[in-house]
Design a protein around this ligand. Sequence first.
Ligand code: ZN
Length: 89
Amino acid sequence: MEVAVTHLQRLEIRLTGRAFVGYRARDGWRQPLQFYAFRCPVHGYVEDYPHGYAGRLECPLCSPGDPSGPLVTDGGAMVDGLEAVPVRA
Ligand SMILES: [Zn+2]
């Protein structure tokens, strides 16, 4: 389910971590939300809407419907490989 992104959007994702792709509505939503395309290290370009107060984006394929899924980007530029660094307990 990799989404198609334009050259400009790829550039924007590279620079800011996300690119606005439009408003989308899902079943049960009262109003459409802003969707952004971004790059999942596993699935390539995917799109999602911001979750939580931090507005983080999650790959819908890595974490379908799971709000506690892996954090893909936190609104800043994504650094390749950064999310693979283990966190010390
Ligand atoms: Zn993914």
